[in-house]
Design a protein around this ligand. Structure first.
Ligand code: E4P
Length: 307
């Protein structure tokens, strides 16, 4: 059976997709799906639409406001639903990794995020807790990485990746960083280059990484994102089921050296030689406007359930 250079996760809020992809992986590669990522928008979408499929824009978790006509739900009930959804996913891939996100806006403190993370860890035995790539999020992550697997979400830059590396040095559990390629593409920048840059930063000889942070290519929009991430040997790729299905339809291609990713007219994001590892994490520039807008969108999508 062919072997894959990357672990494959499904990005979504629907356990049925976890099952479908895992069965397909088992058939093709002789092993189940490696994991699942969720986020507040994806879970809110699932709670809004139930089992109905909806295509509303580029982002996997985009919610159609037009059809947001759910019966009233309390925050407690929505959280219980999130727990039920990840428990179902966990039962489908008990040996996989399931990312569960904390709910945070710009004012949520590290302590509050840590409390949420500890609580979510009790939901399932194979959780990885997602913290945002902000100063509060990394402060939480620097403590959390000694207690639980973590996934730093909404990463968009080489500088943020350096900070994640330093903040989680000495981690006792797996650490993932999720650079969002599609959201960079959406505004005309070559998101896949962020994956190239972070891999270079972490991997010797250019970088000085020790391998404790695994790059999880996220916000995958196209089959080419997926194929190029495989070619780059991104340790993990999370993909919407639609892109996974396209990959399957094409015979589960594993790109070889002849595969070339074509970024078209997307603006390059060059590697910055001045950003190196080895500085305390607070010394790196953590600001990225897409991180800020991403944090507030996740939060508002979740809070939108209760209006
Ligand atoms: C990853 O963990 C995120 O859930 C996801 O990939 C975000 O993708 P989007 O940009 O399609 O919302």
């Amino acid at each position: 059976m062919p072997t894959l250079p990357s672990k494959i996760f499904i990005d979504g809020g629907e356990p049925q997709e976890t099952r479908q992809a895992s069965e397909m992986m088992q058939k093709q590669f002789g092993k189940p799906l490696d994991g699942q990522t969720t986020n507040p928008s994806l879970i809110a979408k699932k709670l809004v639409t139930g089992d109905k499929e909806q295509v509303t824009g580029k982002s996997n978790g985009e919610i159609s406001r037009v059809t947001s006509h759910v019966s009233p739900i309390t925050q407690e009930q929505a959280l219980a639903q999130y727990k039920r959804i990840v428990q179902e996913m966990s039962s489908i891939i008990p040996s996989g990794s399931i990312s569960i996100q904390v709910f945070a806006d710009a004012d949520t403190t590290a302590e509050e995020m840590l409390l949420q993370g500890r609580e979510r860890m009790k939901w399932i035995p194979n959780a990885s807790i997602k913290y945002p790539c902000t100063s509060h999020g990394l402060k939480a992550a620097s403590v959390a990485c000694k207690e639980m697997p973590i996934n730093i979400t909404l990463a968009f830059s080489q500088s943020q990746a350096a900070a994640v590396f330093e903040a989680t040095k000495g981690a006792s559990f797996p650490v993932f960083i999720s650079p969002f390629v599609g959201r960079l593409d959406d505004r005309g920048e070559n998101g896949m280059q962020t994956i190239e840059n972070i891999l270079k930063l972490y991997n010797p000889p250019a970088g000085g990484g020790d391998g404790h942070v695994e790059v999880l290519t996220a916000s995958v929009r196209t089959l080419d994102h997926f194929l190029y991430a495989l070619k780059l040997q991104s340790p993990i790729i999370t993909t919407p089921i639609k892109v996974f299905q396209l990959w399957a339809d094409g015979g589960y291609q594993i790109p070889n050296d002849s595969y070339v990713y074509n970024p078209g007219t997307l603006k390059p994001i060059p590697y910055d030689e001045t950003i190196t590892l080895g500085v305390p994490w607070q010394g790196y520039d953590l600001y990225h406007d897409l991180t800020e807008s991403g944090v507030s969108r996740f939060f508002s999508d979740w809070m939108g359930l209760f209006q």
